[in-house]
Design a protein around this ligand. Structure first.
Ligand code: NDP
Length: 324
């Protein structure tokens, strides 16, 4: 049996219920994994509220680390007893143990703790694809990164520093800005107090940035386009403040032939070999010391609703771990 968090209806954090579930044995292409730590991500909120609809009832949670207990037929990259970690569909990581498809589960090096892996698989592989797999970004290029003191944000600050990329962050308080700078942001703008467009212009001497990475969405999207150089790349990858309104293509022309994409990690992870390579790249960054996960807070599984409330209220910094 496994304590597991499920929702029966979309809605607020009070919809998250603890149930006991049979785990069962893995079928072909699957593993059974016993979790040691679980990660919390903003996508869990979108799935809970119904912004990203799930067939209901459904377990939640996209990320965890633990020990492989059993492997199904055809699984060759993992074996019983292996340490492993993942960010993967389908949701169901908020659980002590589960059976799941093996393809996106990655062997975890002994040098990385279960907690660190649970905290950064999803956010870290997101940063990996943002900096390496969407558009060419070279040493010396500039990136505007919103919510730079969040889970994805603090990893992005360190990643940018390690690649010689100038990251201009935004964050909602001066303390969060200080944290982003400590983690490698070259600058950080408190966007609840200061209009970030003129600040970015000032920092870049009116040139604008090469790339914007925007996980905040509704509140920052339009102004972010005004921060880009001509031919710059807008990567919209999240909706923490709400989904972005439809965009007119003519706006992109008028603002300098801008490029625009709306990415999701799961497109990049869909290919088994690419997923494993992304995880390896992330582990290398961690093992080299270039990227250290900042676990800002922990909640026990039973208090998952409080974890969701804090994330939505902008009270968290860095990554969050759910303990079992
Ligand atoms: P964070 O830890 O960054 O938390 C979200 C942050 O967004 C808050 O702390 C807050 O920071 C900021 N924010 C701004 N406006 C609001 C608002 N109205 N309500 C809540 N938060 C707000 O979360 P994650 O690191 O888990 O994810 C960051 C974003 O990246 C999310 O949108 C997430 O969905 C997205 N994401 C997308 C992926 C993809 O591949 N598409 C993969 C992973 C994450 P502040 O107070 O500083 O403004």
């Amino acid at each position: 049996m496994s304590r597991t968090i499920v929702i029966e209806e979309p809605g607020g954090p009070e919809m998250l219920k603890v149930v006991e579930r049979e785990v069962g044995d893995p079928g072909p292409g699957e593993i059974r994994i016993r979790h040691h730590a679980v990660g919390l991500n903003f996508i869990d909120v979108y799935q809970r509220t119904g912004l990203y609809p799930l067939p209901l009832p459904h377990a939640l949670g996209m990320e965890a680390a633990g020990i492989v207990e059993a492997v199904g037929e055809g699984v060759t990259h993992l074996k019983e007893g292996d340490r492993a970690a993942y960010a993967a569909m389908p949701p169901g990581a908020y659980a002590e143990a589960r059976v799941m498809p093996a393809a996106q589960v990655c062997p975890l090096p002994d040098s990385i703790s279960y907690e660190d892996a649970a905290a950064m698989m999803l956010q870290g592989m997101t940063v990996e694809y943002l900096f390496h797999r969407v558009t060419p970004i070279a040493k010396g290029d500039s990136v505007l990164f919103h919510a730079a003191a969040g889970g994805v944000g603090l990893i992005a600050c360190q990643w940018a520093r390690s690649e010689g990329i100038e990251l201009i962050g935004t964050a909602g308080t001066d303390a969060k800005c200080a944290l982003a700078r400590e983690h490698g942001a070259a600058h950080c703008i408190n966007y609840r107090e200061t209009d970030f467009v003129p600040e970015v212009k000032k920092i870049t001497k009116d040139a604008g940035v090469d790339v914007v990475m925007d996980g905040v969405g509704k509140d920052t999207f339009d102004a972010s386009l005004d921060c880009l150089k001509p031919l710059g790349m807008m990567i919209s990858f999240g909706n923490a403040s709400g989904p972005v309104e439809p965009v007119s293509l003519l706006t992109l022309a008028a603002k300098g032939s801008l490029k625009l994409t709306r990415t999701t990690l799961f497109t990049f992870l869909a290919d088994h070999d690419r997923c494993q390579a992304m995880a390896r790249h992330l582990f290398d960054k961690m093992e080299s010391g270039a990227v250290k996960v900042n676990i800002g807070q922990r909640w026990p599984l039973e208090e998952i609703a409080d974890a969701h409330r804090a994330l939505e209220a902008r009270e968290t910094t860095g990554s969050t771990v759910i303990t079992l």
